[in-house]
Design a protein around this ligand. Sequence first.
Ligand code: ATP
Ligand code: MG
Length: 151
Amino acid sequence: ETFNGSIFMNELLDDYLLSVNSSEIKLHRNIDSTGIALEADKFYLSTAIINLLNNAIKYGGTELTVSYGIDKADSTHYISIKDNGIGISPKYQRFIFEKFYRVSEKDTHNYKGLGLGLYYTKQIIKAHRGSISVESEANKGSIFTIKIPII
Ligand code: ATP
Ligand code: MG
């Protein structure tokens, strides 16, 4: 289906904030309002974004910045989620999208999970012919960026 990317992102964030304890989480929006058509499966794309938001909070984020816009250089919609949580050291970053992969708990954290969230997120984005990438530094935070081609 085709829908306005800006409206979609704002509605998703409105709904998401109702589901979290928003007094403890600061969410900054950086949503480009020009609203170009986004061709995607709304349900699956929402699931992918919510996975990233849940991780951002689960791994220590209290301040999140969500950005949406158009990257003219490669003709994509970009959606990025930045957090100020525990971060991921460079040596683990290339594994985190693998099925069942979790960063070694003794090394870094004690949060439980299956290691499936990012795997599924990546499958969903691949099905849209898009890409997902991470930039992160241990103890500083992470930025996950989704890109979906403009059709
Ligand atoms: P679940 O299947 O419940 O999502 P999970 O959160 O452990 O379990 P993924 O979402 O796939 O699995 O994430 C894989 C690993 O990447 C996590 O175990 C965690 O170590 C790391 N990670 C993911 N997102 C973040 C983040 N925003 N900040 C820090 N580490 C993260
Ligand atoms: Mg997860």
